[in-house]
Write a protein that binds this ligand. Structure first.
Ligand code: 6PG
Length: 482
């Protein structure tokens, strides 16, 4: 430590001065916390000090030793480094310098199983590890993100008040709450991203349908802006309008028409689907959104299929305004299904991993700050708080609106299907709605087939037990001993 006056002065520290880290550190300083900052290369720390040093109390350090020593005890450190090996390397660099009771927060988009592993390792060292999902992008980090911390509950008492103060506020309530132990926070952030993918896929499908009936990007921007005034009010609908209105400086065309139609992804949506598969949770609308990005980014497949396949092209509608309103309703219904599937995944994971997650609280902290922030989330959190819901779809106000909107939803899916407009999200969400409400599913026939070719057995509707039909014998039924 070169400068003794810095020792034990900082309330909290941030490691990693890329844009998310520096914005979060600035947010902390803006809220009155003395904030220690450190980056692997000092140049970045220096840049932050040069550009923003006057915004609050920062304690910059050149070495990790100096950084750790500058913190008050128990030390509170938020790592804002790339998820994966860089996170492990930073943990290994910091832990030898930490003492019992210190708190290390991972604010990156880490995979929740990595968080569980890291939490267990640090617990063995008597250190507190918190995996904190942070949503809201660069602006959120600076002005108030939605924060989803998970880890040892005792440590939340030391770090929670700071996180709650720097998080977004919704009508005076912080968009941050303790989610559960070990990987719970990162799990919830992962599902947030899965819902984010689905939300964007549905918006994309709505736009394709509007295009199909001849709506221009400017007109569509107006339509989305108008939808943003009602039940669909959300950040993603708001920015859809802005993106659609944007013109390309080079060509003068709408920007959306010159952007290559190949969607990228960093993997959190894929994790959501993989984990849904592991848990046996039907999250097909989220899966469709991931697969849709995959289709868009498969040029060879698309090129060959375009050359080989025929189909209808172009939607015909009698009443344009009515169809536009149908799309709005279909978008709302599909969005509800994606929330239902994501929240179901959280509920089931909570049981599986012993997290005891409050689903109402998850919806509550998504009401502001995060990418999926939406007016609907206030209603969802109230519904979960007031009712013992297994699925969002049974919530009183939700089921009533789904019932009122479903004709529109069905019309949109039917029209799009007839016209050859791909709507994997809308139709998958509608199939989910129809499947979960069906008194009987085609699974009975599946069981019969499984029993035929593999003696996989089946249960009966009229008596307990496990049965098998002697398909290659006299086709009589035998009961299988338990
Ligand atoms: C957020 C976002 C963010 C995510 C980006 C990009 O909540 O602030 O979810 O964490 O990294 O949205 O995600 P993809 O590159 O996977 O689309």
């Amino acid at each position: 430590m070169t400068d003794d006056s810095k020792v034990g002065t900082a309330d909290i520290g941030v490691v990693g001065m890329a844009v998310m880290g520096s914005n979060l550190a600035r947010n902390m300083a803006h809220k009155g916390f003395t904030t220690a900052i450190f980056n692997r290369t000092f140049a970045k720390t220096k840049d932050v000090m040069d550009e923003h040093g006057s915004e609050g109390d920062f304690v910059p350090s050149e070495t990790v030793e100096e950084f750790v020593a500058s913190l008050k005890k128990p030390r509170r450190i938020v790592m804002m480094v790339k998820a994966g090996p860089a996170t492990d390397a930073t943990i290994d660099q910091l832990t030898p310098l930490l003492e019992e009771g210190d708190i290390l927060v991972d604010g990156g988009n880490s995979f929740f199983q990595d968080t569980r592993r890291r939490e267990a390792k640090l617990r063995d060292m008597n250190l507190n590890f918190i995996g904190c999902g942070i949503s809201g992008g660069e602006t959120g980090a600076l002005e108030g993100p939605s924060m989803m911390p998970g880890g040892p509950k005792e440590s939340y008492e030391h770090i929670g008040p700071i996180l709650e103060k720097i998080s977004a506020q919704y009508e005076g309530e912080p968009c941050c709450t303790w989610i559960g132990t070990d990987g719970a926070g990162h799990f919830v952030k992962m599902v947030h991203n899965g819902i984010e993918y689905a939300d964007m896929q549905f918006i994309g499908e709505a736009y394709e349908l509007l295009k199909g009936i001849g709506v221009t990007p400017d007109e569509a921007a107006d339509i989305f802006a108008n939808w943003n005034e009602g039940d669909l009010d959300s950040f993603l609908i708001e920015i859809t309008s802005e993106v659609l209105r944007q013109k390309d400086a080079e060509t003068g065309k709408p920007l959306v028409d010159v952007i290559l139609d190949a969607a990228g992804m960093k993997g959190t949506g894929t994790w959501t689907v993989q984990e849904a598969l592991n848990l046996g949770v039907p999250a097909a609308s989220i899966a469709e959104s991931v697969f849709s990005r995959a289709v868009s980014s498969s040029p060879e497949l698309r090129e060959h299929a375009q050359a080989a396949l025929e189909g209808p092209n172009g939607i015909k509608v009698d009443d344009r305004e009515q169809f536009i309103d149908d799309i709005r309703r279909a978008l709302w219904c599909a969005k509800v299904v994606a929330y239902a599937q994501g929240l179901d995944e959280i509920r089931v994971a909570g049981q599986e991993y012993g997290w005891d997650i409050d689903v109402a609280a998850c919806a509550r902290i998504w009401r502001a700050g995060c990418i999926i922030r939406a007016k609907l989330l206030d209603r969802i959190s109230n519904e979960y708080a007031a009712n013992n819901l297994v699925t969002l779809l049974e919530a009183p106000s939700i089921k009533a609106e789904l019932a009122a909107c479903q004709d529109s939803w069905r019309r949109v899916v039917a029209r799009a299907t007839e016209a050859g407009v791909p709507i994997p999200g809308f139709s998958s969400a509608l199939s989910y709605y129809d499947m979960v409400r069906a008194p009987r599913l085609n699974a009975a026939l599946t069981q019969g087939l499984r029993d035929f070719f593999g003696s996989h057995t089946y249960k009966r509707v009229d008596k307990p037990g496990v049965f098998h039909t002697l398909w290659s014998g006299d086709r009589s039924e035998v009961e299988i001993e338990a």
